[in-house]
Unconditional design. Structure first.
Length: 59
């Protein structure tokens, strides 16, 4: 656990770390992680793969 990115964010708050603060740190970590993945070079948005909305026929 001590080497995970989420735990590294929690280390500075170990003396006051509670359920609420942990949830807050986790949410911020997830938002930051999503933003990093969105801005990565290898990231593809679905709108780029399918520019128009249409129904796919089921064969």
């Amino acid at each position: 656990i001590p080497k995970t990115p989420l735990w590294k964010r929690c280390v500075q708050y170990t003396d006051i770390l509670g359920k609420r603060l942990l949830k807050k740190i986790r949410l911020q970590y997830l938002q930051d992680n999503l933003e990093q993945r969105r801005t990565a070079r290898s990231s593809n948005l679905l709108s780029l793969c399918r520019p128009t909305i249409s129904l796919d026929p089921i064969l």
